[in-house]
Design a protein around this ligand. Structure first.
Ligand code: A3P
Length: 325
């Protein structure tokens, strides 16, 4: 079978060895700014980490969504950790408060499992009623999620800050000294769409389009809006998740407690999230918390880069009405 005919077998289940064979035929990109320590490969027009792709495809085929499942979707480095913490705090607030919530001792990525990594946990039919997170583009979601009409929350962020955040995260997890990693090359890869789960524009426009086609089932949240107006946005999130705050809770300041508990300042200073050696999915917890600043991109982008990326945003996403610059 050639590559394209192998890829079109998506809906007919492939065996692990068939997937493995198919993955070998995919276009590859060795990431030079990471000293060649990472290889992305392109499957169904999306770039994946070659290391995990076979298992991801296999598990994607096996996954059975429940109608009550909620998915927290994001492009990497767009606020996933924050969204996981908020959703978890909202859903579990009757069981725990800020003095005993598992978020104090467990990284948000362990409280809310990942569709791409926590296969055993999410395969259990009696899994607890917490959301599941994923970086997959909308079109790559397991078919059962769409067939079950599950709710989706999608968080997105200023693209320039996403690029800077991805650059730092990728260099740190592969222990490439920052002075050896060319930001210019990372930026060029991004502009060409060669980034994990990218191209970015397809990712964001896929969820946006789906939100228009499935009104009420997909909530779009913007990282910067969440920062500017946390109370209103956390209220919206709680309503969407089906756990609205009661007027009494509002009076008692429960929304503020959730917001404070999940703030960058609080989470990043917890022992579990700053201690060297504490890991999730093989990655140090502390690497998920860097600066959380809006506009850090100004410290990295040249005028030429600003011009190029703004033009690309206009070209690729100009008609979405989303403000991403
Ligand atoms: P920076 O690298 O700009 O600091 P993700 O969670 O999707 O991996 O995204 C990581 C980005 O979100 C990082 O951005 C990180 O610092 C920031 N972040 C992590 N926790 C946060 C929180 N509780 N509130 C706001 N931003 C947070």
């Amino acid at each position: 079978m050639n590559q394209s005919s192998m890829e079109t077998t998506k809906t007919q289940l492939m065996s692990p060895s068939e997937i493995e064979e198919m993955v070998k035929t995919l276009p590859q990109h060795n990431v030079s700014w990471l000293n060649g320590l990472a290889t992305w490969c392109k499957y169904q027009d999306v770039w994946h980490n070659q290391e995990f792709l076979t298992k991801e495809i296999l598990e994607r085929q096996r996954f059975e969504a429940r109608t009550s499942d909620v998915f927290l979707c994001s492009y990497p480095k767009s606020g996933t950790t924050w969204l996981k913490a908020l959703a978890y705090a909202i859903i579990t607030r009757k069981m725990f408060d800020e003095s005993n919530t598992p978020l104090l001792t467990t990284m948000p990525h362990k409280c809310v499992p990942s569709l791409e990594r926590d296969f055993e946990q999410i395969r259990e039919t009696n899994r607890p009623n917490v959301p599941i997170a994923t970086h997959m583009p909308y079109k790559s979601l397991p078919e059962s999620i769409l067939a079950s009409n599950c709710k989706i929350v999608y968080i997105y962020r200023n693209l320039k800050d996403v690029i800077v955040s991805c650059y730092h995260f990728a260099t740190k997890i592969r222990k490439v000294p920052i002075e050896d990693a060319s930001f210019e090359e990372a930026f060029d890869d991004f502009c060409q769409g060669v980034t994990l789960y990218g191209p970015y524009w397809d990712h964001i426009s896929g969820y946006l389009k789906a939100s228009l086609e499935r009104p009420g089932m997909i909530l779009l949240l913007k990282y910067e809006h969440l920062k500017k107006e946390p109370i209103n946005n956390v209220k919206r999130l709680a309503e969407f998740l089906g756990y609205p705050f009661t007027p009494e809770e509002e009076k008692e300041g429960v929304i503020e407690s959730v917001v404070n508990m999940c703030s960058f300042e609080n989470l990043s200073n917890l022992e579990i999230n700053k201690k060297v050696g504490q890991r999730v999915h093989g990655i140090e917890n502390r690497l998920f918390f860097r600066k959380a600043e809006d506009g850090d991109w100004r410290n990295y982008f040249t005028d030429k880069m600003i011009e190029k990326i703004d033009k690309l945003i206009d070209e690729k996403l100009g008609d979405t009405g989303l403000v991403l610059k």
